[in-house]
Design a protein around this ligand. Sequence first.
Ligand SMILES: NC(=O)c1ccc[n+]([C@@H]2O[C@H](COP(=O)([O-])OP(=O)(O)OC[C@H]3O[C@@H](n4cnc5c(N)ncnc54)[C@H](O)[C@@H]3O)[C@@H](O)[C@H]2O)c1
Length: 403
Amino acid sequence: MAKIQMKTPLVEMDGDEMTRILWQMIKDELILPFIDLKSEYYDLGLKHRDETDDQVTLDAAYANKKYGVSVKCATITPNPARVREYGLKEMWKSPNGTIRAVLDGTVFRTPIIVKGIEPCVRNWKCPITIARHAYGDVYKNAEIRVPGKGEAKLVFTGEDGTRIEEPIFSFDGPGVIQGIHNTDKSIESFARSCFSYALDQKKDLWFATKDTISKTYDRQFKEIFETVAKSYRERFEAAGISYFYTLIDDAVARIMKSEGGMIWACKNYDGDVFSDMLSSSFGSLAMMTSVLISPDGNYEYEAAHGTVQRHYYRHLKGEETSTNSVATIFAWTGALRKRGELDGIKDLMDFADRLEEATLKTIEGGVMTGDLCRITTIPNPKQVNSLGFIQAIRKKLEEQMEA
Ligand SMILES: NC(=O)c1ccc[n+]([C@@H]2O[C@H](COP(=O)([O-])OP(=O)(O)OC[C@H]3O[C@@H](n4cnc5c(N)ncnc54)[C@H](O)[C@@H]3O)[C@@H](O)[C@H]2O)c1
């Protein structure tokens, strides 16, 4: 069969450890036999990041900005132990943080639903996508350990000399203070990414804050979302979807009772907490996709999980691994589908659909990796190794193509 041709290169960002091993297997077994892959390759493996003083991460991020779509393998974010392990010149920043800083944008995480891996919450029938605002709040805070009795104030000094002061607290003894911020620009760009993604996916958009308590800070989020909602009202109506705002505690209660299927826009901390809650309730971190979408239309697809370090050390010792490649396969299909959509290549979009179907059918047929065997409701599942799983998917894919 003739291989599918591409027009624009896909930006390919390779990564680390076990996911780097899976990356090559996925390419060899599921991509290269079917697609004449046009990719611009960047090696974001930690060794190469160190050799290039992390320039390769910036180059990859700018390539993503140039071509619009990238697929990224999980990468190590160095900590002191990694600096020693790899003999790094310095503790390089998180590649995801660097890419996000170049592209701006919002990360959308969606569980992959498959029969036989049932969510803990029985009424969740459709995936819930979390959109996390990845800027500011407690993640860019300033903190003081208060040593003893004294006054704490919030002070803003404008460039023009304006001074705004607000008392925080009169301390009788030791305590703590925290200052957080956000900007209208970042909140608006978050809101726009969410509305645009909801429209793209034809799903309802939910947003929640605690504006009854935080009457200025959270209220600003609510008002910016309302303003952006107005500009999307007609397009939402035409698509048959809606925007829903409520308080964060009410949102959590309603989500638990819902059937799912919505995009849930979350402030930074809420997104951090609830994305992990969702991934574990839907089954496994290895069954969660992640896409970064910038307000000017750039896409970066990846798996939501990390480099699966423990499996890699076993692999290095020559032991067999049974690592789940589903989220990494879906990162490839997401990126190929989007590339096909932007370049008008229907075959590429159809291929992405087929590969996803073959992946899910393989699991539904009882063939899966160890992590899924432990939680599946399918009787007598067959556990296969990392390569065996990918080869089983290839077999299904080829059967589908011949049918
Ligand atoms: N997006 C990214 O690039 C990203 C995200 C998170 C962590 N990391 C990096 O990954 C490395 C390892 O971090 P970690 O151990 O906290 O996270 P991890 O996601 O690699 O693993 C967490 C746990 O989930 C299990 N798991 C995750 N993915 C799996 C899969 N595909 N198949 C089977 N089991 C799976 C692992 O066994 C482990 O117990 C760290 O160096 C970290 O910096 C990268």
